[in-house]
Design a protein around this ligand. Structure first.
Ligand code: ADE
Ligand code: ZN
Length: 340
C-alpha cells in the first residue's frame, strides 16, 4: 500500500510564493460579501458557481475569477478574503506567503487602490502578530490591458512602496508577451520593486526568455513551457532562477492532461529550482499541501523530494538572511524529527 504523505507534508514548515489573493475567494465567502454589499454574482447559488469551475484553458478560468472578484468593494472585504486565506495557509504549515493582488480588477470598478491595499495589509499584519505567518505583497499588472493602464497602476502604488515588495504580470498570456511591459517594469525596478512574471504557463518558451532578458525577473511564475527550449533550461539552472510551479492549477487549466504527465519531476531531475504553490486554490481544488501531495502521489516523489521542495520555497522567498535562516532551521528540525 502506498504511504500516506499528507502528514509528512503537513509537518514541513514552508513558504508559498505563488498565490493570487482573488483566487482564494471561496464561493461561500463570495456570496456572503455580495449579500452584505448589495451586489450580485452572475450565478444563482454556491452550487451553480461551483458547477462553473470546469475550465478548458486559462481564459475560461479568468472569466469566472474576474466575475467573482467583482463582489469586493470595501477594505473589510479585502481583509476578510486575505484573513481566510492566511488561516488556511497557516493550517498547511505555511510560515511565509508572497501574495499577488490584481489592483486593476478593482480600480476599473471604481474601488480605490488604497481600499484594496489597506484591507489586505491589515490582515497581513494580523497574521504576523497572531499566527506567526509573515508575508510580502506583489502587485500584478493585468497583461491583457495596455501599457498606459499599467503605468497608472504603478503610479498609484508608489505611495505604498513600503508595503509592496514587487511587481508581477498575470492574466491572459497568449498574445500578451512580457515585452509589452518592458518600460513599466524598468520604471518599477528603478523605483526599487522586485520583478517577477507569469511566463510559460500557456505562452511559449520565448515568453520565459523575454521575462528574464527584458523584464529582468528574479523568479518565473509557472515556467512549464521553458522545457521546450534546452538552452533556456540550461540558463535557468545555471542562474538558479526559481520556478513557482502550480500542479493543481496546471491540471484544472489543461496545461497538463493528467497529473502523471506533470513535468515537475522532470524539472527536478534537470536541476531546475522548483517550488510548489497553489495559484488560485479556491478554484483549483486544493491549497498548497494538496498540491504537494497530488504531485507526489502522481509522480512517485518521496520524502526527500518533498523536503527539497519545501527547502526551495524558503530559499526562493524574498527574505533577509536572518529570516531565511530562522525558517530553514524550523524546516530542518521538522525533517530530522520526521525520520526518527
Ligand atoms: N491570474 C490568476 N491566476 C492566474 C494564472 N494561473 N495565470 C495567469 N493569470 C492569473
Ligand atoms: Zn498565477
Amino acid at each position: 500500500m502506498p504511504i500516506d504523505l499528507a502528514p509528512f507534508v503537513g509537518a514541513l514548515p514552508k513558504a508559498e510564493l505563488h498565490v493570487h489573493i482573488e483566487g482564494t475567494l471561496e464561493p461561500d465567502l463570495a456570496f456572503a460579501i455580495a449579500e452584505r454589499n448589495g451586489s450580485t454574482l452572475p450565478y444563482a447559488s454556491v452550487d451553480e458557481l461551483r458547477a462553473a469551475y470546469r475550465f478548458s484553458n486559462l481564459q475560461d478560468f479568468l472569466d469566472v475569477y474576474y466575475a467573482c472578484a467583482g463582489v469586493l468593494f470595501e477594505s473589510r472585504d479585502f481583509y476578510d478574503l486575505t484573513w481566510a486565506y492566511l488561516l488556511r495557509a497557516r493550517a498547511d504549515n505555511v510560515r511565509h506567503a508572497e501574495i499577488f493582488f490584481d489592483p486593476q480588477t478593482h480600480t476599473a470598478r471604481g474601488v480605490a487602490f488604497e481600499t484594496v491595499v489597506d484591507g489586505i495589509c491589515q490582515a497581513l499584519d494580523d497574521a504576523r502578530d497572531k499566527l506567526g505567518l509573515t508575508s510580502r505583497l506583489i502587485l500584478c499588472f493585468l497583461r491583457h490591458l495596455d501599457e498606459a493602464d499599467a503605468f497608472e497602476t504603478l503610479e498609484a502604488a508608489m505611495p505604498r512602496r513600503d508595503r509592496i515588495i514587487g511587481v508581477g504580470l498575470d492574466s491572459g498570456e497568449r498574445g500578451n508577451p512580457p515585452s509589452k511591459f518592458a518600460r513599466v517594469f524598468r520604471r518599477a525596478r528603478e523605483a526599487g520593486f522586485v520583478a517577477v512574471a507569469h511566463a510559460g504557463e500557456e505562452g511559449p518558451a520565448e515568453y520565459v526568455r523575454e521575462a528574464l532578458d527584458v523584464l529582468e525577473v528574479v523568479r518565473i511564475d509557472h515556467g512549464n513551457r521553458a522545457l521546450d527550449d534546452p538552452a533556456l533550461v540550461d540558463e535557468l539552472v545555471r542562474r538558479r532562477i526559481p520556478l513557482t510551479v502550480c500542479p493543481l492549477s496546471n491540471l484544472k487549466l489543461c496545461v497538463v492532461d493528467d497529473m502523471t504527465s506533470h513535468p515537475l519531476k522532470r524539472m527536478l531531475d534537470l536541476g531546475l529550482f522548483v517550488t510548489v504553490n497553489s495559484d488560485d486554490p479556491a478554484y483549483f481544488g486544493g491549497y498548497v499541501n494538496d498540491n504537494y501531495v497530488a504531485v507526489a502521489e502522481a509522480l512517485g516523489l518521496g520524502k526527500d523530494d518533498l523536503a527539497r521542495l519545501a527547502r526551495n520555497s524558503i530559499e526562493a522567498a524574498l527574505l533577509d538572511d536572518a529570516h531565511r535562516a530562522r525558517l530553514t532551521g524550523l524546516l530542518e528540525r521538522a525533517v530530522s524529527s520526521s525520520w526518527q
